[in-house]
Design a protein. Structure first.
Length: 252
């Protein structure tokens, strides 16, 4: 009677081990599918990812070729393109209700700003993200104890803590910002955010995107008149008139 029971237990453990190994092996594909499935729901634009590699035991991950499309009516194909995103993580925390991400480095994003000062492709995408985050706010865990239950795997409600997020080497391509018909590419200063989701409830991926978009828009708003003046002589007077509008424009 004991032998069949032992065999069943061994079989169960073997299946569990196979499932664990398989999930680790296919983690990259799972992440890629998650980005391309959840991303469009959140931003209401096409989101593509070329590849994702996850080294769970080493606590590292790398995403390559992330592209965020533009809302309908835009002439340019993408709003944001990122060649490389690297992450370091606490491996054991992946199994808990809040995954601890040590660092996220977003390298050399190419950003296209299409439209006017107040209404453009980036502000529209942020509106979409804001609407998604607001609609899911009631389901966000806010407890401080063990009653905060983990969400189902792959769901946008997965909670994170990101100790350090760095966006470096970003460039913004501004097209017809002041209706001069000109365009210019301007490098942005590095954007650094720390302690995202440091509280008990953590932060979701859509909320991280929301904060990153706001930081990018604020950085663009800080572009100096001298830099925007490269758009051409015809834009200089418009730059001066729009200077006050530009400051704090994207803080909403």
């Amino acid at each position: 009677m004991k032998k069949p029971l032992i065999r069943i237990c061994i079989g169960v453990f073997a299946l569990a081990a196979v499932a664990l190994v398989a999930s680790i092996f296919f983690l990259g594909s799972i992440v890629k599918k998650g980005v391309e499935t959840i991303g469009p729901r959140v931003a209401q634009v096409e989101v593509k990812l070329d590849s994702a590699d996850v080294w769970l035991l080493a606590g590292r991950a790398q995403l390559k070729g992330l592209s965020i499309g533009n809302p309908p009516g835009c002439k340019t194909e993408t709003a944001i393109k990122v060649r490389d995103i690297t992450l370091s993580m606490n491996t054991l925390s992946v199994l808990s209700h809040k995954a601890i991400i040590g660092s996220v480095i977003v390298k050399s994003p190419e950003i296209t700003l299409e439209g006017g000062l107040r209404n453009n492709n980036l502000t529209q995408i942020r509106k979409n993200v804001n609407a998604y985050v607001s609609s899911h706010a009631d389901s966000s865990p806010t407890g401080t104890g063990p009653d905060v239950s983990p969400p189902a795997a792959g769901k946008p409600g997965r909670r994170f803590q990101i100790n350090d997020l760095l966006i470096t080497g970003a460039r913004v391509h501004i097209a017809s910002l002041f209706s001069t018909g000109a365009s210019v590419t301007i490098p942005l200063p590095d954007i650094h955010m720390a302690g995202l989701g440091a509280g008990p409830a953590g932060i979701t991926a859509p909320e991280v995107l929301q904060k990153a978009l706001t930081a990018l828009l604020n950085s663009i708003a800080e572009i100096t008149p001298d830099a925007i003046g490269k758009l051409g002589k015809g834009a200089v007077s418009n730059v001066k008139k729009a200077g006050e509008q530009l400051k704090g424009l994207f803080d909403r």
